[in-house]
Design a protein around this ligand. Structure first.
Ligand code: GMT
Length: 372
């Protein structure tokens, strides 16, 4: 098939999922056309069957806000006319599913649209009264709709009072790519042999509760000398830095910024923290689990579908820093428990979230909507 993949190119889970999906579909022989305003950040170098169509926006003095949604719809139509796409797969409802709807109308209906809901497009943006009607509309008008967890699926149906088939298709991992690699030099660089390495990866938005990450770390560090690797960047960065200084752990908190290859860093970690306020899935936790890193996370959204409590980590109520400190210490102090959780985490990713299994589910949906 010829598939148009519409996504955000920046650092963020939905763009990562769209890119990895496109790459694997291309390996299966499909032709994948990414349509976005930039090269998706994990799409590196030349790859067979993959094409990139960048959306360009003209700046006119009249436009206080350049109309990206319209430019995107226009680009979709251009790609359809040029290469003959069989369908467009829009990742993240706003504005991608809206633009896809517009493109479909311009093509007199000759463009099946699949929309994948990722999380904040429903729980934050779509929920905002400004966008409620348009989000509901574009979900209803999509030929196929998927959500990345059961929790997000249920929340979408309830929030928008929808009577629409939404299929849960979990996010996935390539266990060959995400596996623990030996890197004693890197581990030595950050920590002494008796110290632990704790890691958090995100886009540092308020919803990720980076300050809770620092507080949990400080609590663990009081009992067990450790280092915290903070990977990513975003609006909460300086608040996290100030808190680390206030709690006297700044020397042990390493701000590593955005990193393209996280496997090396995950491979030296003993524990992953994800104390988010909202999380429809938690792809970063899945990547950690694939690298044999147990996770301590909040018991919210789709997280319990990814992390089985007591098996590959622990879950706690939102904001319960004290409990997460206890849970983290429990895992870190007990090597037998740590080893068991590490291997169960790895096993769960390969059994439940294997790329081949999930890509097959998307192909099935593509076949259904195109009739091919
Ligand atoms: O919140 C982010 O990290 C970014 C956001 C996105 O859409 O780029 O992530 C959402 O989609 C990811 C991929 O499906 C999920 O793994 C994240 O859980 C989800 N984030 C939230 O729900 C807060």
């Amino acid at each position: 098939m010829k598939i148009g993949m519409v996504c955000y190119p920046t650092y963020g889970g939905s763009g990562v999922v769209a890119t990895e999906l496109g790459v694997h579909l291309a390996r299966c022989g499909h032709e994948v056309h990414f349509i976005s305003y930039d090269r998706p950040f994990r799409l590196n170098g030349f790859q067979e069957n993959i094409f990139l169509h960048e959306v360009e926006i003209s700046e006119y003095p009249l436009f206080k806000f350049p109309p990206y949604s319209i430019a995107l719809a226009s680009q979709m139509v251009e790609v359809v006319n040029k290469v003959g796409l069989d369908l467009v797969h829009a990742h993240y409802a706003i504005p991608h599913a809206v633009s896809a709807y517009l493109a479909k109308q311009m093509l007199r209906g000759r463009l099946p649209v699949i929309t994948t809901l990722h999380g904040t497009d429903i729980t934050l943006v779509g929920n905002d009264s400004q966008f409620t009607h348009i989000t509901k509309f574009c979900i209803e008008e999509s030929d196929g709709v998927t959500a990345v967890s059961e929790s997000l699926r249920a929340e979408t149906l309830e929030t928008f009072a929808l009577d629409k088939e939404i299929t849960t298709v979990y996010n996935f991992i390539d266990p060959e790519e995400y596996r623990r690699v030996d890197n004693p030099d890197m581990r030595r660089y950050f920590a002494r042999p008796e110290e632990k390495v704790i890691i958090h990866i995100s886009n540092f938005r308020p919803v990720k509760r980076i300050r809770d990450v620092v507080r949990i770390f400080a609590g663990i560090n009081e009992e067990l000398p450790s280092h915290l690797l903070l990977v990513g960047d975003g609006p909460e960065r300086s608040a996290a830095l100030h808190l680390a200084e206030k709690l006297g752990v700044a020397q042990r908190v390493h701000f590593l910024g955005k990193q393209e290859c996280v496997v090396q860093l995950l491979s030296i970690a003993d524990l992953f923290l994800l104390p988010s306020e909202k999380e429809s899935f938690g792809l970063a936790a899945l990547e950690a689990m694939a690298c044999g890193v147990p996770v301590v996370a909040t018991d919210i959204g789709g997280i319990p579908e990814v992390i089985s409590h007591g098996e590959c980590g622990y879950l706690a109520p939102l904001g319960d820093v004290a409990q997460m400190v206890r849970q983290g210490l429990d895992i870190l102090i007990n090597p037998e428990l740590h080893g068991k959780m590490a291997s169960l985490a790895r096993r769960r990713t390969t059994e439940k979230f294997h790329v081949e299994k999930i890509v097959g589910q998307y192909e099935e949906i593509y076949r259904k909507v195109t009739g091919k």
